[in-house]
Design a protein around this ligand. Structure first.
Ligand code: GRF
Length: 186
């Protein structure tokens, strides 16, 4: 399957998806990396790898025009499945409807716990014993939709959000390619 990855920043999950796509049995390849932030570090990395990239800021043009351009770029690249990887914007209901059931996201919590931002600080503040990450199908609702896979890590005494985020991120990099491979086969 041809996958398009949307990022807003560093792109470490995008890098792990690209790396895993090179295995013969991955079942997908990355046809486009697109970003709402032209300066996103992950875009430069993808371009260096020879992957097609597309960058457009919604600032000034508005969300409908922005999303129409992203949609066009994805379709021109032959993308069949969209993987959100640190993409920090909520996609509109219209966009999600056009790609219904074909957009996945990774979220750094054990959904349905802690949708939205600051997941690690909230898990620590709640006194949870464990945290983790979830890959799910994207719907109109933020961090909602069928959970396709999860990985857990312990929350250790003395953890702050930074330490916990680093522990969870290791699992994100392992989980996301594995779940994407299963998803494109189902
Ligand atoms: C990841 O923790 C992801 O789960 C969250 O934002 C972070 C993005 O990191 N939504 P990166 O850009 O993939 O390095």
């Amino acid at each position: 399957a041809k996958v398009g990855i949307l990022i807003s920043g560093r792109g470490s999950n995008m890098q792990s998806l690209v790396a895993a796509s090179r295995a013969a049995d991955a079942g997908y390849d990355v046809a486009l990396v697109a970003s709402d932030k032209p300066e996103a570090a992950g875009l430069a990395w993808a371009a260096e790898q020879g992957i097609a990239t597309f960058a457009l800021s919604p600032k000034g043009i508005g969300k409908p025009a922005y999303e129409a351009a992203i949609d066009q770029a994805l379709r021109s690249a032959g993308v069949e499945v969209i993987a959100l990887a640190g993409y920090m914007r909520l996609l509109s209901g219209d966009f999600v409807a056009r790609w219904r059931g074909r957009i996945v996201n990774i979220h750094p919590s054990l959904l349905p716990l802690y949708k939205g931002l600051d997941t690690h600080a909230r898990a620590i503040a709640a006194g949870d014993a464990k945290a983790g990450c979830s890959v799910h199908i994207v719907t109109e609702e933020l961090d909602d939709g069928e959970v396709l896979g999860q990985a857990e890590v312990p929350i250790l005494p003395g953890d702050d959000a930074t330490a916990l985020a680093a522990r969870v991120l290791v699992e994100e990099h392992r989980l996301y390619p594995q779940v994407l491979t299963e998803f494109v086969r189902r």
